[in-house]
Design a protein around this ligand. Structure first.
Ligand code: NAD
Length: 257
């Protein structure tokens, strides 16, 4: 992919940490210029960019809050400004990875309307409208990868609102793949199981019992790491994956097989 996509951009949402940072690192190593989107943590985004540049890759950061009604317009306006600053204004968006997401907890009886709507805004509305506004930017043969979750296959009542958002992403992926097929743009989703990132810090980090429970539920006997997911996204983003579209790749390490 290095030569093919030398002057192409990969946009990764929520890329300042966790799975998004790992995806950015992989895509930069494959030769793409990575647009590292972040919501709040400018320093973390700058450090992802610096570590990519330290290994000879190309990247630049840009900011947009995805919880607001104008998220998609803000997102692309911020992206355009950043591409101009980075001197890559005219490069096509070969790859778009909708990775940003929040997991807000609570069983249906207790889950507030406010949390429901915030989660919906970040996990569903933002990717939908970001894609809608991107269709003239993505060239024929481009790639869209959406990050779903194992919770569409394994029921966790404690995060029912989150599961609903990821179900929506998978339906979006399937339908969009059919719509964009004539342009040879592939659209796929990747569904991680529990991955050791900040999203799970509260209940997983430093909790040996939780770690052991998660590891035991995986056929491969361990907790997932961000790079486990990033490698799959890099494959889907590559030319090698040109004949795969409309699919979900279960990336749960064989959880609850
Ligand atoms: P994370 O919390 O480290 O990363 C989430 C990213 O989304 C962060 O960079 C954050 O800034 C961004 N984000 C959240 N709200 C935002 C907002 N309002 N505006 C802009 N950006 C915002 O968690 P992660 O584990 O790296 O999650 C990445 C993706 O993987 C998410 O879609 C998540 O649902 C999915 N996922 C994670 C796991 C897991 O166990 N870690 C499992 C399945 C799916």
């Amino acid at each position: 992919m290095t030569e093919t996509y030398k002057d192409h951009i990969a946009v990764v949402t929520g890329a300042s940490r966790g799975i998004g940072a790992a995806i950015s690192t992989r895509l930069a190593a494959a030769g793409l210029t990575v647009a590292v989107h972040y919501g709040r943590d400018e320093d973390a985004a700058a450090s992802v960019v610096a570590s990519i540049e330290a290994t000879g890759g190309k990247a630049f950061p840009f900011q947009a809050d995805l919880a607001v009604d104008t998220a998609a317009q803000d997102f692309w306006a911020s992206f355009d400004k950043a591409t101009a600053g980075a001197g890559v204004l005219d490069q096509p968006v070969q790859v778009l990875v909708n990775n940003a997401g929040v997991t807000l907890r609570g069983p249906i009886e207790e889950f507030s309307r406010e949390d429901f709507l915030t989660q919906q805004a970040v996990n569903v509305n933002a990717p939908y409208f970001i894609v809608k506004e991107s269709l003239s930017r993505i060239p024929d043969g481009g790639r869209i990868v959406n990050i779903s979750s194992g919770v569409t296959r394994i029921a966790f009542p404690e995060i029912i609102g989150y599961a609903l958002t990821k179900g929506a992403i998978e339906a979006f992926t399937l339908t969009l793949a059919k719509h964009l097929g004539p342009r040879e743009i592939t659209v796929n989703s990747v569904a991680p199981g529990v991955v050791d990132t900040d999203i799970n810090a509260e209940w997983l980090r430093g909790n040996d019992e939780a770690q052991a429970g998660v590891a035991a539920s995986s056929a491969l006997g361990r907790v997932g790491q961000p790079d486990d997911i990033a490698g799959i996204v890099a494959f889907l983003a590559s030319d090698e994956a040109r004949w795969v579209t409309g699919q979900k790749i279960d990336a749960t390490g064989g959880t609850n097989l």
